[in-house]
Design a protein around this ligand. Sequence first.
Ligand code: ZN
Length: 242
Amino acid sequence: MELAPQLRRIGNDIIAAHLIVADEGITLVDAGLPGHYRDLERELHELGRPISDIKGVVLTHGDTDHIGFAERLRSELGIPVYVGAEDADRAKGAKPPATPKDPRRIGPVIQFFAYAITKGGLRTHPLREVVPVHDGDVLPLPGSPRVLAMPGHSPGSIAIHVPAVRAVFVGDELTTRHVLTGVDGPQPAPFTDDQAGSSASIERLAGLDVDWVIPGHGAPWRGDAPSLIAAYRTAEGLPAAG
Ligand SMILES: [Zn+2]
């Protein structure tokens, strides 16, 4: 689906991945779940672009609902997969630490896990090789994505700033729809290793000149970073829905 002419989305508000579409090729941000491969093929068909136009996949972090079809693209087509250095092991299958119990409501929880299962969430393939990236790196990919370290959700979580599409991709450093409660709006994301660290990392977005702040779960935020941060701070101050 088109967010802007060079900015497309596959998946939905439960789990999404994104494409930056340039003349010289396509950069993927995250890789959803294995079953999103078919959504990717459909999107490319709609664009009239071959899969070989994909020059790289940048992972916002190493969690299983973001690495989906990345190993398939890497092993079958030799497409490089970039991930924050401190999340390389997680992308390769290391188990994340247990996180404190998040608020949840039964309906959204069932909806999330049911969707994940239909998209092959039980057969995710860890990466066998990744290219580790660091704060400040500008990647040699369409759109020239720039890496911002955003430790908190996981140690190697990154935001990916793409000035060419006036967007920053924030993975699960925040969410605009809590997958376990169904509550909409910018807010802390569940399954976060270090919420205090995450809350501090959010401030790094403040200086970015963007029109979009795009999380891995929930609707893309259409607006500037300061207004998103303000909405996040308000949600942070409210008691968690439970
Ligand atoms: Zn996620």
